[in-house]
Design a protein around this ligand. Sequence first.
Ligand SMILES: [Zn+2]
Length: 233
Amino acid sequence: MKIAEGLYMLKLGVTMSMGKTFLYPTLLVDHESIVLIDTGLEGDDQREILSRQFEENGVDFSQLNKIILTHQDFDHIGGLHGILEHSDQSIAVYFHEDERPYIEGEKELIKVKGKIMPSLIKLIMKIELIQLLEDKEVLNILGGLTVIHVPGHTPGNICLYHHKSKTLIAGDSINIMGNKLAGPNPIFTPDLEKAKDSLKKLLDFDVENIICYHGGLFNMNANHALKNLIKSL
Ligand SMILES: [Zn+2]
């Protein structure tokens, strides 16, 4: 689904602990970058769906050259290794510095006991670089994409804000429940108080579209709804 020029919301059908549901990764395209934000679950079928959705939006999946991970949870990073292994070109992988030991396979994922990701170093030939993100960093993608560090859901959890289209790519920091915006899911948020507090950073942004990884697009008076939600938490 096209949200704005160069900005698309994808939709992946998956089966998770709560049953069948959808995940909504984001695709950004400009003259030098084809960027996927979050990668879905692992598996060839997931990668094929991603590839098909790229094509439906007129984008060649084999030209993907950047992946941004909002955080370490497996529904966000599960597809990463498969995409890197199957790509013929190098792909830059971006994530917040506080997620590094988990995503690089040094520490077990904080919410999956005993789960250690395979080392990214093995795939280093395919990775142009691993770029560690910092709060307030502005990436030169599609005219400007700001990193917003919102710890709590995980230590290095981020949202991204696309300035031109006023789109907040919320990851798991904001969800949609029954057509309404909701905060982070308490079941999957180890430090809920910190997560709620982090959301205050979003008050600085003028938001017209919100893409929730769980829930999809929210664009009905989004700024007002977001600010009300944050004040109510
Ligand atoms: Zn998630």
